[in-house]
Design a binder for this molecule. Structure first.
Ligand code: S3P
Length: 457
């Protein structure tokens, strides 16, 4: 997202029970990848349900600046938007004449660096104040091994210049942090590299890149290494073939109305067409362990991804302990899970959250600060987050600073929907990165969200 001068505060207070049937916007991870692989394919890719949030639009602009033809067509019969991408073929990207401004999007920036790293072009990357703080060394290191060169700011931060390798060398890389972005950047660099690129992944993370590469016709083999790690072997320079891609609803976005429905008394909400990739569903398992009345219905497969409908009904939740090895399957869901834990009966402990410190904001700090301001006891011990659930509605009545972080913003608005006093966030603009229409959608369900100051008068 661009750094606009004026903030856009939003308040949430108790409203009616949340009921109805909704579709959340398309999956952010799948949307970025669909645009990138569509742009690298031969022929036309038709994408239904693409997330039209700022993060993904930044990727669309960047791919267009490098030669892909990208257009938004009329909505289809179901009302979903349809995007077409006419690709340039693997290795066919042109040097962008402008700086690639990736806005708030870590995924867009890191994956595109992977794509550019093995093209004989130079690209300049930047982003908003949040993205310019985030570490890029984690992709600079493996991508340099292909022969790409980087010139970055201190601490390997954006803005940076990337000169792609003219004659890339295949790489074998063991991913040192559980990160789908790092894995994907390496695989995407491997696309335009002769021979085999190998990624060793000790801790499994979301596999949308692998699924979509196979969907577009790449040869990618997964086996288990001697130490139990996943080994992914991609054969370089395939011909990718464009085709239809249907983007599922984003489970990470579904999490906000879903948890709101569990917390607001008498709610009963159906969320249709939510992505259920097993490497993304840790939150749903955790909520069930907390006692949530959460049903998964009508599971099917669309464009290589499992999809289903979710029904959530208001529930009395209890505290839970979430092990570190579940973190990768719900890494974006801790802000909203912490809100659920704050309303649950008993103490919750979430382990293995070091990666939360390098998200759109330092989410561990933001969660603790926001909960405490709302009268909830929360603390960290190393990489563990501890939230003392009160078994009743938190006090609220605070202004929460969101630091350009969409998930912190939405999580605390949900808290305001149940707390005794309203909760205000200092700036709701970041919500547009992943969940355009969030305020209208929640209001339509019965929530009380407002931009007016007088809620606090
Ligand atoms: C993503 C991977 C995760 C996640 C991000 C999306 C992806 O980041 O937090 O929102 O699409 O690959 P990390 O790779 O940094 O864990």
């Amino acid at each position: 997202m661009i750094d606009l001068p004026s903030a856009h505060p939003l308040s949430a207070r108790r409203g009616s029970p949340l009921s109805g049937r909704i579709r959340v916007p398309g999956d952010k991870s799948v949307s970025h990848r669909a645009l990138m692989l569509g742009g690298l394919a031969v022929g036309r890719t038709t994408i239904t349900g693409l997330l039209e949030g700022e993060d993904v639009l930044a990727t669309a602009r960047a791919m267009a600046l490098m030669g892909a033809s990208i257009a938004r067509e009329d909505d289809d019969a179901s009302g979903a938007s349809v995007w077409t991408v006419d690709g340039v073929g693997v290795g066919g990207l042109a040097e962008p004449a402008e700086v690639l401004d990736m806005g708030n999007a870590g995924t867009g920036a890191r994956l595109l660096m992977g794509v550019v790293a093995t093209h004989p072009i130079t690209a300049l990357f930047t982003g908003d104040a949040s993205l310019r703080k985030r570490p890029m060394g984690r992709v600079i290191d493996p991508l340099s091994r292909f022969g790409a060169t980087f010139l970055a700011r201190a601490g390997n931060r954006l803005p940076l210049a990337l000169k792609g390798a003219a004659e890339p060398l295949p790489v074998t890389y063991r991913v040192p942090v559980p990160s789908a972005q790092v894995k994907s950047a390496v695989l995407l660099a491997g696309l335009n590299t002769p021979g085999e690129t190998t990624v060793i992944e000790p801790v499994a993370t979301r596999d949308h890149t692998e699924r979509m590469l196979i969907h577009f016709g790449a040869r990618l083999v997964r086996r288990q290494g001697d130490d139990g790690a996943d080994v992914l072997v991609l054969s370089g320079q395939p011909e990718l073939t464009g085709g239809p891609v249907r983007v599922p609803g984003d489970p990470s976005s579904a999490a906000f109305p879903l948890v709101a429905a569990l917390l607001v008394p008498e709610s009963d909400l159906l969320l249709e067409g939510v992505g259920l990739n097993p490497l993304r569903t840790g939150l749903f398992d955790t909520l069930r362990e907390m006692g949530a009345d959460l049903e998964v219905l009508n599971v099917r497969e669309e464009a290589g991804e499992p999809v289903g409908d979710l029904r959530a009904r208001a529930s009395a939740l209890k505290g839970v302990e979430v092990p570190a090895d579940r973190a990768p399957s719900m890494i974006d869901e801790y802000p909203i899970l912490a809100v659920a834990a704050a309303c649950a009966h008993g103490t919750s402990r979430f382990h293995g959250l070091a990666e939360l410190r390098v998200k759109e904001s330092d989410r561990l700090a933001a969660i603790v600060r926001g909960l405490e301001a709302c009268g909830v006891e929360a603390t960290t011990e190393g990489d563990t987050l501890i939230v003392k659930g009160q078994g009743e509605a938190p006090q609220g009545g605070a202004v929460v600073q969101v630091d350009l972080d969409h998930r912190i913003a939405m999580a605390f608005l949900v808290l305001g929907m149940v707390s005794v006093e309203p909760v205000r966030i200092d700036d709701g603009r970041a919500i547009e990165t992943s969940f355009p229409g969030f305020v209208d959608l929640m209001t339509g369900l019965g929530a009380h969200l407002t931009t007016e100051q007088e809620t606090f008068a």
